[in-house]
Ligand binder design. Structure first.
Ligand code: NAD
Ligand code: DAU
Length: 357
């Protein structure tokens, strides 16, 4: 059986992707390598943990020996690399871990793939190999009121997070050009959906609005993001894995530009309808609080996803209106998942990030 290594499979997008992979590729095995940082949660894959085709390995992508052993023992022929420090605000308050995981971790995986796949004397696997690096639209920087990011937009990362992702993208590209490693890359816009950690805008607002807490909106609330339902991103990654041309990059986006304030108001209105007004009789919009802006806050992201549509036939299947309803329903139906991640360390993080902001 072909064995696919997924890194960061206990995170938001990775867990949704592992579930999709096990369903979509019944002839494959999946090994999930995840360090279980604050953002990794094995409960996000509880429903598949007994599947004999699924194996969880707790470990660090920077651990050279562990990664090399996994390639050899599991006969890894495909890597889908999600593992990263992913939150911009945390990268501003503590960039070191972003440099380590996002750059050194990617380098470690590339080296293991090179050693395992490009040693033609003793090929490690009989299956064609693929290394798919999951990246972000933030590497392109910030747009003005017009224009879209294409695959040829020059890189202009502006936060420690996006700079570390840009570095990892360059390494992936270099390994393709220099060594002929069969790489693929996706640069995607903002995801939302089930299993999203409540440090990011949408799950944080859902959680706070349910609990009657302040809803912090940075700056004037007019920054724009291009939102994509997470399962559409996962479908795009699978499409690129199966049909993408080695060495190519594909931008993935939702054609769904929204200002942050619109997102927050929409979540408030849906929750008012679904669970009723606040105990005070006020609508949830009354909880909105404009707070000090994120330093270096990118103004607008928007993706031109025509390459993946025209060449590989992928396009989003879920509109924002459908996706946000599905997402809110999921959070209402899974309070125990939320409770398990909003623990003591989350409370400390929240206080540090928002206390007195
Ligand atoms: P996440 O923060 O929810 O999950 C990251 C996962 O990686 C966690 O399970 C964590 O435990 C694991 N991890 C972190 N450091 C590790 C290490 N050193 N070794 C092994 N595992 C480690 O992230 P996410 O939102 O699911 O994002 C996944 C990937 O997709 C990232 O590479 C991110 O840059 C990219 N991306 C995210 C979005 C988005 O909107 N969330 C959009 C585009 C691209
Ligand atoms: O564009 C893709 C990127 O999207 C991914 O690469 C990142 O991993 C992912 O975290 C996300 O980055 P953002 O910084 O865009 O996402 P975040 O949810 O943190 O913020 C979305 C917008 O909402 C952003 O303009 C900042 C704003 N915001 C965020 C938070 C957490 C607020 O106004 N208030 C908040 O409390």
């Amino acid at each position: 059986m072909k064995c696919i290594l997924v890194t960061g499979g206990c995170g938001f997008i990775g867990s949704n992707f592992v579930r999709l992979l096990l369903r979509a590729l019944p002839e494959s095995r999946v090994v999930n390598l995840d360090k279980l940082t604050y953002a990794g949660n094995p409960a996000s894959l509880k429903d598949v943990e007994r599947d004999p085709r699924y194996k969880f390995v707790q470990g660090d992508i920077c651990d050279q020996d562990l990664v090399a052993k996994l390639f050899a023992d599991e006969q890894i022929s495909t890597v889908v690399h999600f593992a990263a420090e992913s939150h911009v605000d945390r990268s501003i308050s503590g960039p070191a871990e972003f440099i380590r995981t996002n750059i050194t971790g990617t380098f470690t995986l590339l080296e293991a793939a090179r050693a395992s796949w490009l040693n033609h004397e003793s090929p490690a696997t009989h299956h064609p190999s693929r290394f798919l690096h999951v990246s972000t639209d933030e590497v392109y920087g910030s747009l003005g009121d017009t224009g879209l990011f294409t695959e040829t937009t020059p890189y202009d990362p502006r936060s420690p997070y996006s700079a570390s992702k840009a570095s990892s993208d360059h390494l992936v590209s270099a390994y393709h050009h220099t060594y002929g490693l069969p790489t693929l890359m996706t640069n995607c816009s903002n995801n939302y959906g089930p299993y999203h950690f409540p440090e990011k805008l949408i799950p944080l607002i859902i959680n706070n609005a349910l609990g009657g807490k302040d809803l912090p909106v940075y700056g004037d609330g007019k920054n724009v993001r291009d939102w994509l339902y997470v399962l559409d991103h996962c479908a795009a990654i699978l499409t690129v894995l199966q049909k993408g041309e080695v060495g190519q990059t594909y931008n993935v986006g939702g054609n769904n530009e929204k200002q942050n304030i619109e997102i927050v108001q929409t979540v408030c209105d849906i929750l008012d309808q679904k669970v009723g007004l606040l105990p005070s009789g006020q609508p949830r919009r009354s909880l909105i609080k404009f707070v000090k802006d994120r330093p270096g806050h990118d103004r607008r992201y928007a993706i031109d996803a025509s390459k993946i549509k025209n060449e590989l036939g992928w396009e989003p299947s879920v509109t924002f209106e459908e996706g946000i309803l599905k997402t809110i329903d999921w959070y209402l139906e899974n309070p125990e998942w939320v409770a398990s991640v909003v623990d003591g360390s989350y409370q400390a993080y929240y206080q540090k990030m928002y206390g007195g902001r």
